[in-house]
Design a binder for this molecule. Structure first.
Ligand SMILES: NC(=O)c1ccc[n+]([C@@H]2O[C@H](COP(=O)([O-])OP(=O)(O)OC[C@H]3O[C@@H](n4cnc5c(N)ncnc54)[C@H](OP(=O)(O)O)[C@@H]3O)[C@@H](O)[C@H]2O)c1
Length: 286
């Protein structure tokens, strides 16, 4: 299969390349090769290359900066996917796109997890632009997968590495304890995408994180425990955290996504603790 990967220098794209390169012909593009916001360039590129699949790893992912730069975020997260959807339809390619839990307001009871049928209602600029991207795809092509993920870590700068680095200079660290979700290893999200394509599951939107739920503070405790680090984790509320470190965008309290739709299509999804162990081993921390 011929697979076009956009945003190929990004964190998720690294795992996608690794997983798909064995059996497929990959066309890797970063913003210099193919700016997804340029409608004509996308149209011409895809008509020339004629990929079977387009995996869109390009995005504007700076959640706080998006509050001030919503116009640019909208171009990359909404107009870009629209351009890809139009070109995919024109050339009979299947579009694979990544979205986020931020399309939801995050105020659901923490005993529950969001399903694909739940009403969206983003409360951040980033979330609004990502939702517009989903809508642009659904309105402009038929053969698409949208994988909504959350709390992603993998190659490059990410939460796990930040905590490990902080632990080198701190005896104690305060981490938010009232935001609930599933840390998700890029290798496991990629495996979900891979299985979905292999099994030819029905097109549509799928919630795609690692299994089981936790909080940022519990996740951090587990990172330190597995890496044999003695830094103490002090759980604090989002309110306390934002007094100490003001951020522009309010993080959702509930980022829990139900994976029942993927599971009912026979997709295997490891839990977040198992994923973290594999990541720390790969990083040489365990
Ligand atoms: N990271 C998370 O925790 C998280 C959570 C939920 C969902 N997601 C979603 O998962 C996907 C992958 O995220 P990620 O963390 O891998 O993102 P990332 O590391 O920020 O990578 C995004 C890539 O897109 C490129 N890009 C930006 N504008 C572009 C354009 N106009 N044309 C082509 N490429 C462009 C960026 O290049 P430059 O760096 O040069 O700008 C970057 O290489 C995104 O759709 C994101 O919204 C991520």
């Amino acid at each position: 299969m011929k697979i076009l990967i956009t945003g190929a220098k990004g964190m998720l794209a690294q795992a996608v390349k690794e997983k798909f390169e064995k059996k497929n012909e990959l066309i890797l593009t970063d913003v210099q090769d193919l700016d997804i916001t340029n409608e004509q360039a996308v149209k011409d590129f895809i008509a020339r290359v004629k990929p079977d699949y387009i995996i869109n790893c390009a995005a504007y992912t700076a959640v706080d900066k998006a509050e001030e730069n919503e116009e640019l975020a909208e171009k990359i997260n909404a107009d870009g996917p629209k351009n890809l959807a139009l070109a995919a339809k024109e050339n009979n390619a299947i579009l694979v796109h990544i979205s986020t839990d931020y399309v939801f307001p995050g105020d659901l009871d923490v005993e529950k997890a969001y399903t694909e049928e739940d009403a969206t209602g983003p409360v951040t600029a980033y979330g609004r632009t990502k939702l517009h991207g989903e809508q642009a795809i659904a309105n402009n092509c038929d053969k698409y997968y949208i994988f909504r993920t959350a709390w992603l870590y993998g190659e490059g700068k990410n939460f796990v590495r930040t905590m490990l680095t902080l632990s080198e200079t701190r005896d104690e660290i305060s981490v938010v304890c009232d935001q609930h979700g599933s840390p998700t290893y890029t290798e496991d999200l990629t495996s979900i995408i891979y299985q979905a394509i292999e099994k030819k599951i029905p097109f549509g939107i799928y919630h795609s994180t690692n299994q089981e739920f936790t909080t940022w503070s519990e996740f951090t405790k587990k990172i330190f425990e597995l890496s044999n680090i003695s830094t103490k984790v002090n759980p604090i509320t989002s309110e306390e955290y934002s007094k100490q470190y003001p951020t522009s965008a309010n993080r959702p309290k509930n980022s829990q996504l139900s994976k029942n739709k993927l599971l009912s299509n026979g997709i295997e999804i490891p839990n977040w603790e198992d994923a973290l162990k594999r990541y720390l081993k790969k990083e040489g921390r365990m």
